[in-house]
Design a protein around this ligand. Structure first.
Ligand code: HEM
Length: 228
């Protein structure tokens, strides 16, 4: 068979080799990001904060108020993962590491994983799973209402983060839906700002707000340049 195909190729026939050699992997960071190990490694890294918090809870090393520590830490990690997810596209453009795109969905789903933990910790440790109390608190404290709105907007993004959803919705509608992430980012910062305003403690809020402003500003700038 090999002989037959090579003789056909020699005569200019259009024959595909039986065992095509694998496409060479690009060099550098892109090549590394395309390795099969990249995804499991990122998965393990993304789970580390969860494992660390679980360890702290079981060994009772979360400080004097473990419930507050858990609610706050899961809130912080939600915000960090949101920043990481939003950083993928600008980083691809600035560095040429286009293979980063294959890691974006995992980062987005981890954002949702940590907000679910955050909500669970609040509903369980603060509210004892009392649904009426939770609803009352959401209505009474504006910063919780804002956080809850961010969670509600994140939900359809997580549910439609799979390839099949792009096919079902169509690329244009899927993209329009996923622009909700900008509203989520705004609400997340407002939630954090409002919560810290009770103690006039704005330093960390300013850091996260600046990071998100740069990441979202980069997208707007690129979009405006492309329209010119
Ligand atoms: C995308 C959605 C959300 C993000 C990014 C987020 C983020 C945060 C952050 C960064 C903190 C402050 C942590 C710190 O002080 O170090 C926080 C605190 C808090 N969040 Fe969220 N949050 C979100 C959604 C929610 C939801 C859905 C609820 C509940 C319905 C909620 C309830 C709370 C509570 C109770 C606190 C702690 C307040 C305190 O300790 O006094 N958050 N959140």
């Amino acid at each position: 068979m090999a002989e037959a195909s090579s003789s056909l190729a020699a005569r200019g026939g259009n024959v595909r080799p039986l065992h095509p050699s694998p496409r060479p992997r690009p060099a550098g960071v892109n090549g590394w990001l395309l390795r099969p190990l990249a995804k499991p490694l990122l998965f393990a890294l993304c789970l580390l904060p969860f494992v660390w918090l679980l360890y702290g809870a079981f060994t009772e090393t979360l400080g004097a108020n473990p419930a507050e520590a858990l609610i706050r830490a899961t809130g912080d990690w939600t915000l960090r993962f949101l920043c990481l997810t939003l950083a993928v596209t600008p980083l691809r453009h600035w560095t040429g590491w286009h293979a980063l795109a294959r890691l974006r969905r995992m980062l987005g789903l981890f954002t949702y994983f940590y907000v679910l933990l955050h909500l669970l910790c609040f509903a369980w440790l603060d509210m004892g799973f009392d649904v009426a109390e939770i609803a009352k608190d959401i209505g009474k404290r504006p910063f919780i209402l804002v956080g809850f709105s961010a969670f509600v907007l994140l939900t359809p993004l997580a549910l439609t983060s799979f390839n099949r959803a792009v096919k079902v919705l169509g690329a244009a509608r899927w993209q329009a839906l996923h622009r909700l992430v900008y509203a989520v980012a705004g609400l997340a910062i407002l939630h954090f700002f409002w919560m810290r305003s009770a103690k006039h403690n704005y330093e960390e809020v300013a850091v996260y707000a600046s990071i998100l402003a740069v990441l979202l500003g980069a997208r707007v700038w690129r979009w405006a340049r492309q329209r010119r």
